[in-house]
Design a protein around this ligand. Structure first.
Ligand code: NAP
Length: 485
């Protein structure tokens, strides 16, 4: 597959540090693959520890002037970047589909979603308020907010654009500089964003992209360097825990957007078509590779058989294919390793007694294609109940009472997103309040946008991205006491 970019200057393969395109340490490069075909798309420069340390120094220096600008001046630059992303959205979507695999329409959607964070935080930056506190004496107590300092960001491959802007936009709006290590599978989308940031006039050193084939070296420097004041990470829970431990020695602020195990709870009184549609979209979006994808469908016994029938009929109509194929409703998973992990989860469930209603095996389309799958005869004693599947596999569990549904939903270390389908208003409140999740969709699974606080509880992480709360993670609160009045 050849890209048909209107602007071939967006396809960058070097690291972007301090406003310059540079080779990594020792001139090493690593291959980026197209998951649909296995072809090598590009060889990208690999940054190591020394280059990361250099980038941190430069970012710290660049912040000195940036934080002194007014919020309106910073907003102007962020809005120019936003505008350029929209102008180049077709090209950005093509690059994303090529390296990540998702259908082109989904890539276009992600580019628009990603851009929305730049516009949002350009505006929110103007609303960083301080406070004057009622004083217990003749002193005056003032609170101001200041940028946290140099920010390091590490992002996953499943949203190669939006997971970056969701961090870069608030960091820059708050007056910080940011260094980003994108996932090894999808550095090209990150580098294209850097090219546009440069064109938009983001000053040198404020937005840096450090691709690497050795994430532990870059991550090691990011987490140990005392000049880095904050780490923001989106990825798996085990790596998030590791990075939190690494950050402890320099007591860095951290934001963690980690794994999920989202339940979709469908009660007997739900609108069945609405529930089926919501579960389908949530489960199979990005071929099941989103952190808020439905991971467990929990369906009440009175509606269970009808739900499975309608849901699996719709799944059988999906068209698996290359992301550039206009007829494809679903693309490949990101890598052969991801496919092997998904297949192992399904095989294990089947060994434990699960019934395959449809799918259940790799597809013959290519090494990274897995058939959209529905499993029944599953229960909460099976390992599939507790695992983040991260693939197009829907296990449908049965429950009888509201209490049981809440208990099953909470029976996990994760707490990112959950969904509830019911027409009963009292039940909506009871369940929404009773389940331990950062986000709850009621009769809706498309819950994300730039205006909402995205994030989880328990081992799904800490901090919130987007919304009026999203800037807090990039700001320090300083108290100033005025005496002698
Ligand atoms: P991952 O393996 O944790 O990787 C995420 C990022 O961490 C990648 O950039 C990776 O780099 C890097 N990394 C891996 N090991 C590292 C180390 N020792 N030091 C520093 N960096 C390291 O996760 P993934 O498989 O790419 O992404 C899927 C996970 O992300 C899922 O669990 C999903 O739920 C979660 N996720 C959460 C959210 C949310 O908002 N909560 C959103 C999207 C995804 P390399 O790839 O180069 O190794």
């Amino acid at each position: 597959m050849k890209l048909q970019l209107k602007d071939s200057g967006l396809l960058r393969t070097q690291a972007f540090i301090n406003g310059e395109w540079v080779e990594g340490d020792a001139g090493e490069r690593f291959d980026v693959l197209n998951p649909a075909t296995g072809e090598v798309i590009a060889a990208v420069s690999s940054v190591g520890q020394a280059e990361t340390a250099r980038a941190v120094d430069l970012a710290e220096a660049a912040m000195t002037e940036w934080k002194k600008l007014t919020a309106a001046q910073r907003a102007e630059i962020l809005e120019r970047w936003h505008g350029l992303i929209l102008e180049n959205s077709d090209d950005l979507a093509q690059i994303m589909t090529l390296e990540q695999g998702k259908p082109l329409a989904e890539s276009r959607g992600e580019v628009m979603y990603g851009a929305s964070y730049l516009k949002w935080f350009a505006e929110e930056g103007k609303r960083i308020y301080g406070d004057v506190l009622p004083s217990p004496s003749d002193r005056r107590s003032i609170v101001i907010k200041q940028p946290v300092g140099v920010v390091a960001a590490i992002t996953p491959w499943n949203f190669p654009n939006a997971m970056i802007t969701r961090k870069a936009a608030p960091a820059l709006a708050a007056g910080c500089a940011i260094l980003l290590k994108p996932a090894g599978e999808t550095p090209l989308s990150a580098l294209a964003l850097a090219e546009l940031a440069n064109r938009a006039g983001v000053p040198a050193g404020l937005f840096n992209v450090l691709p690497s084939n050795s994430s532990s070296k870059v991550g090691g420097e990011m987490t140990s360097n005392p000049k880095v004041k904050k780490l923001t990470f989106t990825g798996s829970t085990p790596i998030g825990k590791l990075l939190m431990k690494q950050c402890a020695d320099t007591v860095k602020r951290t934001s963690m957007e980690l794994g999920g195990n989202a339940p979709v709870i469908v009660f007997d009184d739900a609108d069945l078509d609405q529930a089926v549609q919501g579960a389908l979209v949530s489960k199979y979006r990005n071929s099941g590779q989103t952190c808020i994808c439905a991971n467990r469908l929990l369906v009440q016994e009175g509606i269970y058989d009808q739900f499975v029938e309608k849901f699996s009929a719709a799944v059988k109509d999906f068209r698996l294919g290359h992301g550039f194929d206009a007829d494809a409703t679903h693309g490949p998973v990101v890598s052969q390793k991801a496919l092997a992990d998904i297949d192992a989860i399904v095989k294990n469930a089947v060994e434990q007694g699960a019934n395959v209603v449809t799918g259940g095996k790799p597809s013959e389309l290519g090494n990274c294609f897995y058939e959209p799958t529905v499993l029944t005869d599953v229960n909460d004693k099976m390992s599939i109940f507790g695992e983040e599947i991260f693939g197009p596999v829907a296990p449908v569990f049965r429950f009888s009472t509201e209490e049981e549904a809440i208990s099953m939903a909470n029976d996990t270390e994760f707490g990112l997103a959950a969904y509830v389908y019911t027409q009963n208003l009292g039940r909506i409140w009871r369940v929404s309040e009773g389940i331990e999740y950062g986000m709850v969709g009621v009769n809706e699974t498309a819950i994300s946008s730039e205006v909402i606080p995205f994030g989880g509880v328990k081992e799904s992480g800490q901090g919130r991205e987007g919304s009026k709360y999203g800037l807090d993670d990039y700001l320090e609160t300083k108290y100033i006491c005025l005496g002698g009045i």
